[in-house]
Design a binder for this molecule. Structure first.
Ligand code: NI
Length: 394
């Protein structure tokens, strides 16, 4: 049975995969600066005898050709960048770089894909077709490593018919994975707003055009885009996390700066919402005697899990893990640049449970105490190898 053989190898190499993950965790690199991480991946692939090529800034693509005749191609993807966060964990393998931390588990994704590569390479006489391994940089930063890798042809020569990726999820128990077929993660746009008025003494409002009051109206009014303009069946979020007025107790400033994020799961509504927000914000500012500059920096598209592929991945995951270990998940308003692959190829992105309440491993993604239960890495390496082999056969 192939499941047993994969599980045996995954168990044998589990210490090695943990070592990869700890090495990467101790040496995190920010988005598009992943020189050493990229070199580490290349060295490990070379040691396994797997041919690789560099793609884009620090990206690596590798091919494992199965021994049986087939021209089918499937891609597996891992990201590799860290975040500008100062680690607060006390671990032997803590970040050695001040202010940089693998707080989103991309160290685990890369280590896991190296483990899956080992398994698939060891079992390559057992399958037909080609596995394309994609190690991509810059997931955390616009324009997203995925979009750059795609532009530079990572999905060509050979072109994969499907692509599978995974992400650590601390609120899901280790031993489980979660899949959401269809719309899974949100598009993400950055909003940059400058509200211009006329500053002056706070005791003489009649002589000023108060941008603070205008900005307050804009913030409140824009929520109507979410509650009154959006189709309730398209999940939509608008949040302003930065509001800078820089006046004083008795000083009205000339300008207020706002920064926020707009997220949804429908590309045509996303475009309409941009226009509606722009019109509302500039209209309010003008009606109050001020002016508003409203800039939208487009981020990642929404992430669509192909229904058929996701159901197939779910069925195979159940074969590998058992039915209780494969759970459903709600749509998630976080953004992920795997979405770029899912827009141009058949994609499935699932969540890997890495939390463990008994071990106290519960911190959320992007926090200074984020960590994973490393027992999850035995499951993740074997499962992804199994999914790849099954999809090539399907
Ligand atoms: Ni991430």
């Amino acid at each position: 049975m192939i499941v047993e053989r994969i599980k045996k190898i995954a168990s044998d190499i589990h210490p090695l995969v943990i070592a990869h993950r700890r090495h990467l965790h101790a040496h995190p690199e920010l988005s598009f600066q992943e020189k050493e991480t990229s070199a580490y991946i290349k060295k490990e692939l070379s040691e396994m005898g797997i041919p690789w090529q560099p793609v884009s800034e620090n990206g690596v693509v590798a091919l494992i050709r199965g021994g049986k005749p087939s021209d089918r191609v499937l891609a597996l993807r891992a990201d590799m960048d860290a975040l500008p966060i100062r680690e607060q964990n006390r671990l032997d393998y803590c970040s050695t770089r001040e202010g940089v931390m693998h707080a989103c588990g991309h160290d685990a994704h890369t280590a896991s894909l190296l483990g899956s590569a080992y398994i698939l390479n060891a079992l390559r006489t057992e399958f037909g077709g080609t596995i394309k391994l994609i190690f991509q940089p810059g997931e955390e930063k616009l324009p997203g490593g995925a979009s750059m890798m795609i532009k530079e042809g990572v999905l060509e020569n050979p072109r994969p018919e499907a692509i599978i990726g995974q992400h650590c999820m601390p609120s899901l128990e280790t031993g489980k994975i979660a899949i959401r077929p269809g719309k899974f993660m949100a598009s993400m746009d950055e909003l940059q707003v400058w509200v211009h008025g006329k500053g002056g003494h706070a005791a003489q409002p009649q002589q000023n055009i108060d941008p603070v009051v205008i900005a307050a109206h804009i913030i409140v009014a824009l929520q109507q885009i979410v509650s009154r303009t959006a189709n309730p069946s398209h999940p939509t979020v608008l949040s302003f996390g930065k509001v800078v007025a820089n006046g004083a107790i008795n000083v009205i400033p000339d300008e207020v700066h706002l920064e926020g994020t707009f997220r949804t799961m429908d590309e045509s509504w996303r475009e309409q919402a941009h226009t509606a927000m722009f019109r509302m914000a500039t209209g309010i500012a003008e009606s109050m005697g001020g002016a508003c500059e409203f800039r939208i920096v487009k981020g990642y598209p929404f992430l669509l899990n192909d229904e058929k592929l996701s159901e197939s991945v779910r069925a195979h995951a159940i074969e590998y893990l058992g039915p209780e270990q494969v759970v459903d998940w709600d749509p998630w308003m976080a953004a992920e640049d795997f979405a770029y692959y899912s827009q141009v190829a058949t994609g499935c992105f699932y969540l890997l449970g890495t939390g463990n309440v008994h071990k106290g491993i519960m911190s959320a993604l992007h926090t200074p105490t984020f960590n994973i239960d490393e027992t999850a890495l035995e499951l993740s390496t074997g499962l992804m190898a199994y999914l790849a082999m099954k999809e090539l056969k399907n």
